[in-house]
Design a protein around this ligand. Structure first.
Ligand SMILES: [Zn+2]
Length: 271
């Protein structure tokens, strides 16, 4: 094992994780994600250098803000840690070592990280606010197209395989813009469909099919449980509410990353 290389990759992962927690909090509020100084959401105190070290600052401060002693949600720690873990597992699965580093391996790694960033932001914002953020789906389309161009440069015959995704994107973007003005509630479904298209581009049809089946199963089971619970309740008003509150993007994200790691672990090809 390349301990130093993997330590650097882990440090990169938790730094990205720290950025994700900030972006999930700020993007829906249309705040600047790159320039404005980090601050405590409770007391608004600007965070110092020591407060910004991912993972360790949370551990050293005992999960509390240094200034107002307000508890910091464990979500920050969990996202940072899981990001660091994902970076290491991915580097290991792509067989990244100091002596065999090629430009293609670095680019493969970089593209999956760009994709991971998309999934985390999409799922994180969906979990918090139950919405698929427009800026995030736009980012997904941009990296999806960049990745297809990259794959085309490596293997020009892939153009037939990927042409279909470009058509999907075009149809979804046009449809969402036409119907959005009339039916605002459709926004969520278009966000999900664009997410699934981006998923298929990056993780291949096999992983995307497995993901979709798992998500449909999970939602079906959830609805069945809710139905049984509702039968016991006399209150009729609450009965239809739960359909609107299922965070499909969040479930999609977890299932997709799990299957991606699973398939890579078995040394199978994604496409
Ligand atoms: Zn504070």
């Amino acid at each position: 094992m390349d301990y130093i290389l993997y330590l650097i990759i882990f440090a990169m992962g938790i730094t990205f994780g720290s950025f994700y927690t900030l972006a999930i909090y700020r993007i829906p509020k249309t705040e600047d994600i790159l320039h404005t100084h980090s601050y405590c959401p409770n007391c608004q105190h600007k965070l110092g250098f020591l407060d910004l070290i991912p993972l360790f600052s949370y551990a050293f401060l005992g999960g509390k803000c240094r200034y107002c002693k307000e508890k910091i949600r464990p979500r920050y720690f969990v996202i940072e840690f899981l990001s660091g873990l994902f970076f290491i597992v991915l580097a290991y699965l792509l067989n990244i070592k100091t002596y065999n580093l090629t430009i293609y391996k670095v680019l493969d790694f970089a593209f999956i990280i760009l994709y991971f960033t998309f999934v985390i932001l999409m799922a994180g914002i969906d979990k918090e606010y139950r919405k698929i953020q427009r800026e995030v789906t736009l980012y997904g389309i941009i990296i999806g197209i960049m990745y297809m161009i990259y794959l085309y440069v490596i293997d020009p015959s892939s153009i037939y395989r990927y042409g279909i995704y470009v058509i999907f994107y075009a149809i979804l973007v046009i449809l969402s813009n036409i119907t959005l003005k009339k039916y605002a509630k459709n926004k969520y479904i278009y966000g999900i469909l664009i997410t699934v298209t981006t998923m298929a581009i990056f993780t291949g049809l096999k992983v995307t099919c497995l993901t979709s089946i798992a998500v449909l199963l999970a939602i079906t089971i959830y609805i069945l449980i809710k139905k049984v619970q509702n039968m016991k309740k006399p209150n009729k008003e609450k009965k239809t509410e739960y359909y609107k509150n299922i965070q499909i993007g969040y479930i999609l994200g977890i299932a997709n990353i799990s299957f991606l790691i699973f398939v890579l672990f078995q040394n199978q090809h994604l496409i």
